[in-house]
Design a protein around this ligand. Structure first.
Ligand code: NDP
Length: 334
């Protein structure tokens, strides 16, 4: 059983060498006697920015010397639980290894729709998808015609938020870190505008260029200087959904945000949330998104690294923007 092992707690930017590959001999493809868990074959693993927070010492840390844990798509090889049977496809928390014994079945979803790429259950139909859905529809209270700005817009979550906003009839602008991503946002994902934040020396001026009348909704993925500039450009009664702040995750001392008083002047509503706040909406979310995928109204960009051994580089790459779209690791074919 090949595994990607978490070496030790990380400070600063994570590196490939914070993880290593280990072959753990052969394992019995059976659930241990008396266990109500599942023995699964991992097919796709998800690289997600939150995994960085589990690499530092806390009550929820990864365990040094043990496999990385994250979201993935897997096939049940043996089941000790009546709700799952051999051959079922599932998505949820699993290990970065060829086979895993999953004992926490609470947030494991059975995959019912297989007429889409299975890798989608790490992205658009998995945790990032429900994040985009809950964050946009529930937190932002969006209305047709509103001005929407999304940072890290070409990523797993951002690209979907932008397409939801377009379908509702909003004006949508995204920021991303390369020309290739900006082109994809405008041409493939049908954003109204997009810009490369790395080429803007003055983010306030850039936002004023695209939002001369201000921003109604900001879907926050990066934090730091971008949040500060956005606060200067919010409209009265604007909403900010705080999904993530990736620019801050590797800093020992987070960057200052100085313009919070603008929340008062403009009566801005800013709310943070996590994906599992909206897990109960998953069936409703699927009802909305599956037909849109089938009809081609929503497209999804993926960046698939091949082989378990490519996992560490793929995960680390998130923090320098190497991924173009949702970063997935293909471990095995079904
Ligand atoms: P992405 O697919 O967007 O990948 C991360 C991207 O972040 C990179 O490609 C890069 O794109 C951008 N980035 C990296 N470093 C910086 C930086 N210093 N400044 C600005 N941008 C940077 O990831 P996700 O879509 O999965 O996640 C997006 C955000 O949503 C993250 O903050 C994440 O933590 C959060 N999140 C929160 C959840 C929740 O439950 N609240 C659930 C899922 C995600 P670029 O080239 O554009 O710089």
């Amino acid at each position: 059983n090949k595994q990607v092992i978490f070496k030790d707690y990380v400070s600063g930017f994570p590196k490939e060498s914070d993880m290593y590959l280990k072959t753990n001999g052969t394992i019995k493809l059976k659930v241990p006697e008396g266990s109500n868990g599942l023995l699964v074959k991992n097919l796709y693993l998800s690289c997600d920015p939150y995994m960085r927070s589990r690499m530092k010492k806390s009550t929820d840390s990864l365990v040094p010397g043990s496999p990385i844990v994250g979201f993935g798509v897997a096939k049940v090889v043996d089941s000790g639980n009546p709700k799952f049977k051999k051959g079922d496809l599932v998505w949820g928390r699993t290990g970065w290894e060829e086979y895993s014994l999953i004992t926490d079945l609470q947030s494991l979803f059975k995959i019912e729709h297989t007429d889409v790429p299975l890798s989608y259950y790490t992205g658009i139909l998995g945790m990032p998808g429900i994040t985009a859905y809950g964050g946009f529809y529930e937190v932002c209270s969006p209305k047709k015609g509103e001005y929407v700005f999304i940072s890290a817009a070409s990523g797993a979550v951002g690209q979907l938020v932008g397409q939801f906003a377009k379908l509702l009839g909003c004006y949508v602008v995204g920021s991303a870190g390369s020309k290739e991503k900006v082109d994809l946002l405008k041409n493939k994902l049908k954003f109204d505008e997009a810009f490369n934040y790395k080429e803007e020396s003055d983010l306030d001026a850039a936002l004023k260029r695209y939002f001369p009348d201000g921003i109604d909704i900001y879907f926050e993925n990066v934090g730091g200087k971008m949040l500060d500039a956005v606060l200067l450009n919010m409209r009265t009664h604007g909403r900010i959904a705080v999904c993530g702040m990736i620019s801050q995750y590797n800093l020992e001392k987070p960057e200052g945000v100085y313009n919070l008083t603008h929340m008062i002047y403009k009566r801005v509503h800013m709310k943070a949330f996590v994906a599992f706040d909206y897990y109960h909406l998953y069936p409703k979310f699927l009802d909305l998104v599956l037909p849109h995928i089938a009809e081609g109204n929503i497209v999804y960009l993926e960046d698939i690294a091949e082989g378990l051994e490519s996992g560490p580089a793929a995960l680390v790459g998130l923090f320098s923007g190497l991924n173009v779209g949702k970063q997935v690791v293909l471990v095995a074919q079904e």
